[in-house]
Write a protein that binds this ligand. Structure first.
Ligand SMILES: [Zn+2]
Length: 463
């Protein structure tokens, strides 16, 4: 056995069969009721043993990582984002606007997105998430202007080079301004193009239960026709894919839907075959009690996006009622034009704070907030091999040091992460491979990436 402190060189990787004991964490959140207070053993990219308090591993141990000053969490999972929006953070013309005018302001800017810009945005957003303790991402990309037909191919390439797990959703918009929709015609595609590309991407990249997964994701049910919604559901059934869209984000959307379709959003969703367990919805705020029961009965997933909902003054997701009804609820930072950060650890704190405006303090705890971003999100993305600390789960972990002034004097380490406001992971492992050590990304030059990304943002939008 070799002793190795957390300050030394990176340890085991996914190809190695060497066993690694992450020993004696200061605290651990497993997202279940199992005892791993003396740490976990990792081998071959998986968690192979939980070591209970006062116990020693039964597996032969090749390497030891001393975690006595670190809090261990399952790798965080982000269930909704628009990576390209990192290029329009805090963008002057869109500041302080409601959802629809905010979108109408940004669409013409986003129409200039090209391949290099999307590559830089995807890489920057994924690294930003990784540094916050996130190991699995989902991105909802629905902009395909003529210069950017291969957006999802680019995103898959980036995820593979970073070694992170990702569910990329092939988004779509087919109703432009000419047909009564919100986006300019230059960013919408024909429905034949959308379905052909969806089939191509599913065939080429989707790995059921694997690192890279593809889902189908019209931007909203009102940015495509009912025929495209139905065709997407049929393809999802045929290829065993998930379905994703935005729904019930604002009251304006309810009014829009009632006036243009004669139905509330959920009734419309049901009418096109989407009220089912393959579907997960971003936001999911403005539902009636009856609608919440229907969502739960259908086991629909909901991605709670607290910061975005606060920035756009959209409302508060009824997380507890949705969970009680049987829906899966996870967490997402949402796109960077409405957050505007991609820090999932900070988003856990935002979830706690916004839910405390809806529920009494003892009905939504710091552990409930941590659950949303771990096992809750894994359930939403149906990545059941991830999101918790248990034997047989993928070795995705995030370790946090309580070494900043904001933590000084804190007592409960797990509560301190959420309440004092952790934002930067000390070390992050994906599938047994270290990606962050001592708060440094090991996969590349962060300054160079930020310079490239900032340049792309300047090219996309100049006042
Ligand atoms: Zn969104």
């Amino acid at each position: 056995m070799t002793q190795q402190s957390s300050m030394q060189k990176p340890l085991s990787d996914a190809t190695s069969q060497a066993s690694l004991w992450i020993k004696h964490p200061l605290a651990i959140y497993t997202a279940n009721d199992q005892d791993a207070r003396n740490g976990i053993v990792i081998q071959g990219g998986q968690i192979v043993e939980l070591v209970a308090q006062g116990q020693q591993p039964t597996h032969p141990i090749d390497q030891v990582f001393d975690a006595q000053n670190l809090v261990l969490l399952p790798g965080l999972i982000n269930t909704h984002h628009h990576f390209y929006q990192t290029l329009t953070r805090a963008c002057p013309p869109a500041l302080n606007k409601r959802l629809f005018p905010w979108l109408q302001t940004l669409y013409p800017i986003w129409a200039g997105l090209n391949e290099d810009m999307l590559r830089a945005a995807t890489e920057l957003a994924m690294v930003e998430l990784l540094l916050s303790g996130c190991t699995t991402v989902s991105d909802h990309h629905y902009l395909f202007p003529s210069q950017l037909h291969n957006a999802i191919d680019i995103q898959v390439e980036v995820a593979q080079s970073l070694g992170m797990s990702a569910t990329f959703t092939r988004g779509s918009m087919s109703l432009g301004v000419d047909d009564g929709g919100l986006p300019p015609q230059s960013v919408v595609q024909t429905e034949d193009e959308i379905m052909a590309d969806s089939e191509r991407l599913a065939s080429r990249y989707h790995q059921a239960g694997g690192d890279i997964q593809i889902a189908l994701a019209p931007c909203s049910p009102f940015s495509v026709t009912p025929e495209l919604m139905k065709a997407s559901a049929a393809l999802a059934q045929q290829r065993d894919l998930l379905l994703h869209t935005h729904l019930a984000e604002t009251e304006d959307e309810n009014a829009f839907c009632l006036s243009s379709l004669g139905k509330r959003p959920l009734d419309y969703l049901e009418s096109v075959g989407w009220l089912q367990s393959r579907t997960w919805l971003a936001h999911g705020i403005h539902f009636t009690s009856d609608e919440i029961q229907r969502l739960g009965h259908a086991q629909v997933g909901i991605c709670h996006c607290p910061s975005s909902n606060m920035v756009l003054a959209s409302g508060i997701c009824a997380v507890n009622e949705l969970k009680a009804a049987g829906a899966n609820v996870g967490l997402g930072v949402d796109g960077s034009a409405s957050n505007d950060h991609s820090n999932l650890m900070q988003e856990i704190r935002q979830a706690l704070l916004i839910q405390r405006l809806k529920y009494p303090a003892d009905e939504f705890t710091h552990l409930d907030a941590l659950h949303l971003a771990t096992k809750g999100s894994a359930n939403v993305l149906q990545r059941h091999h991830q999101g918790e600390i248990a034997v047989g789960k993928q070795a995705d972990i995030a370790l946090f040091a309580l070494d900043e002034p904001r933590f000084s004097g804190s007592h409960d380490p797990l509560a301190a992460l959420v309440l004092c406001g952790a934002s930067q992971a000390h070390s992050v492992m994906v599938k047994g491979q270290w990606k962050v050590r001592d708060k440094v990304w090991l996969g590349g030059d962060l300054s160079a990436l930020m310079a490239k990304h900032s340049q792309a943002a300047q090219t996309l939008y100049a006042p």
